[in-house]
Design a protein around this ligand. Structure first.
Ligand SMILES: [Zn+2]
Length: 259
């Protein structure tokens, strides 16, 4: 799913200008990294996703968030398993699988964490397709300490600040020297994945890998660095007026519930 035009770390699409910029400014070795990963290397080794956050995928994720027994859950879990399988040749054979947690208030409201549901289903598939992989679900390891503000209209750096310190590890001894596979439903700028991975690394994790179901991408590269679609984590956006209509047409993200 990730072509040669994707960032080797976060999987973001590399535009032609970004490629040219990368090779001109930083040499060929970093040409396969997006600007965000060049400027601030993420604490995770690599992030993979099954597909784009659009159309039927968006509808299915939306349905999952409102109904834990939704028929889409198993199928989405299979897709997540496919995404995780992209890591099979490079990730450690033994990993703790950590779903990105919801804040307690959100968990109480929704009744379940969709990322955990996805992880449970994905692991069931992976046990058959990759029996050599020893993946252990550890869904209470990571805690979300606070509900984060809306990410709408924030720059990538502001998003990182917004979620900085939002996560904590309940039992550092449980993750010390362990390899972690972090699971979330949607990856946008990666601010949430970065913050969660940072908390795990600080607690002593040996490495963090990230797998999400869907990756949100901006169509217009001029938006990048200034205005981005809401994060995987966001409150629901009052989109900046200048691009609100465009974002609606691309993502229809307005109907996505806040976290
Ligand atoms: Zn990147």
């Amino acid at each position: 799913m990730q072509s040669s035009l994707s960032c080797a770390r976060c999987g973001d699409t590399l535009s032609a200008p970004a490629l040219a910029l990368g090779s001109a400014q930083a040499g060929p070795s970093s040409a396969a990294l997006c600007r965000a990963c060049r400027q601030a290397p993420p604490p995770f080794v690599r992030a993979v996703a099954y597909g784009l956050y659009q159309d039927r995928m968006r509808a299915a994720i939306h349905a999952l968030k409102y109904d834990r027994l939704h028929p889409a859950a198993r199928e989405l879990g299979r897709m997540l398993a496919e995404a995780i399988a992209q890591l099979a040749t490079e990730a450690p054979v033994e990993m703790l699988v950590v779903p990105v947690p919801l804040h307690r208030s959100k968990l109480n409201q929704r009744g379940f964490n969709q990322s955990r549901s996805l992880a449970v289903h994905a692991l069931a598939f992976l046990r058959k397709s990759h029996p050599e992989w020893r993946l252990t679900l550890a869904s209470s390891t990571l805690m979300r300490l606070r509900a984060t503000d809306s990410q709408a209209g924030l720059t990538p750096r502001m998003r990182r600040l917004n979620v900085r310190g939002a996560f904590s590890v309940s039992d550092p001894a449980a993750v010390a020297s362990r390899h972690i596979l972090l699971i979330d439903d949607i990856f946008t700028t990666g601010a949430t994945a970065r913050a969660a991975a940072q908390a795990l690394i600080r607690a002593g994790a040996a490495s963090v890998w990230v797998a999400t179901l869907a990756r949100a991408r901006l169509i217009n590269p001029f938006n990048r660095g200034s205005r981005l679609q809401q994060e995987d984590d966001p409150g629901l956006p009052e989109n900046p007026p200048a691009i609100a209509a465009q974002q609606r047409s691309i993502y229809s993200s307005q109907d996505q519930p806040s976290f």
